[in-house]
Structures are given as C-alpha cells and as structure tokens.
Design a protein around this ligand. Sequence first.
Ligand SMILES: [Fe+2]
Length: 238
Amino acid sequence: MGYVDVHCHLLPGIDDGSQNMEQTMEMLRIAEANGITDAIVTPHYKQGRVGTPRKVIGEMIQEVESLARQDGLSIRLHPGTEIYYNSSLEEKLESGWLSRMNDTEYVLVEFNPLENYSYVRNAMEDLLGMGYHPILAHVERYQCMLGSLENIRSLRGLGCRIQVNAGSVAGNYGFKVKHFIKKLLKEELIDYVGTDAHDVRSRSPEMKKCAEVIRKYCDPEYADDVLFRNAMTELLAE
Ligand SMILES: [Fe+2]
C-alpha cells in the first residue's frame, strides 16, 4: 500500500509552492519515488491575500494529471485547500468556492504559529458547529501545541484531526520538534501526515524517512493508519 500525502503545494503558479509545470512534474516524480500514490493538493487560502476557487483547482488537477500520465506517472491528485482560519469562512465553504478535502466534510486549517490556544480551540469549535471536521495542519508548528499534549488531546476530543509534516517527523526541523513528534506518536495523537511540499529542494515531497521513523516507533496497525489508512477511509473513499 502506498502513502497518502494530505497536504502539499504541487499545483503550478498559484501560491508559494510549485512555480511552473516543469517543477510540478519534478515534484510528482519525487513523490512517486517516495511511495506516495495519492496527494491531496492544498493551495493556500488567506482572505484578501491568496486563494484559488475549487473549480479552478479541479481544472488544474485534470491538466496536471494528464501530463503526468504522458510522463508515465500514476500518482492520483485530489482537491483540497490549506485554509488560514478567519471567522468569516462560512459563506465561502457553504457556497463551494473553497475546496474541502476531496469534497468531504473535512477541511485543512492553519493558524499563526504564535496564536494562543483559546483562539485555536474556538476556531475549531466554530468549524465543528458548521458541520465540518477540521484538520489542524502541521501541529508541530504552533507554540501552544509544542508545550502541551493536553491541548492536542482536547482538540481531538472535540472531533478535530491532527496532521504533521513528514519533514518534521524525519528530523529536518531539529531535535525539539522531533522529540515532540515522538511523544505524539507514542500516544497515537496523529491522524495524518503531509509533506507540505513547496519545491524540489528544501521542501520537497519526501515521505520515505518519515515512514521509517513512524514504523520504528509505532505499532504496525497505527503506522498504517497514519501513513495511508485514515486518509483512504476518511478522505478518499468513493
Ligand atoms: Fe502548507
């Protein structure tokens, strides 16, 4: 079974991820070589700053996939968005302008890394109240989470899902982050991994090292859950 990347910036020329189609193809080759069979593409949305409508994301996926097939690649792409939370998302979500995760009720949400916990919690409750399942993007990036596993347990208790970046699991962002992630893995507090790939160099779609670390520290069933099964059943089921 291959891996599912639930967070990446593979579509060309629409955010700070891939800058052009050539780079997108190179990223797809790296992803596939890393065992990724499915990627949910999650271009940034930040109100008044950057954003791509669901319709355009779908058209771009078709174009990229058709070029990828010509290139002999079989990786499948699915629509998503990395939503920078603000308190007036409802209209854009309800109208379908904003892409959820593969058109399910799951939405990938990010915050300022220095945001305080009560704000994050209220935001998640806001989204849950609208009927969505929020996924906290790169949990290891927030000060209020690094200091407190209890905050993460509480969010999961509300019904939130937790995503970590593959590079952080692999140890690319230092000992403190890796140590934190080990604790999360031991308590099985992580639901999905994403590469959060932006380019082909420092932030490329690599998953192999991350998978090795997860398999080393976790029960095999839970490792499969995090690396592909949760995403397959919750986000990619037909
Ligand atoms: Fe991202």
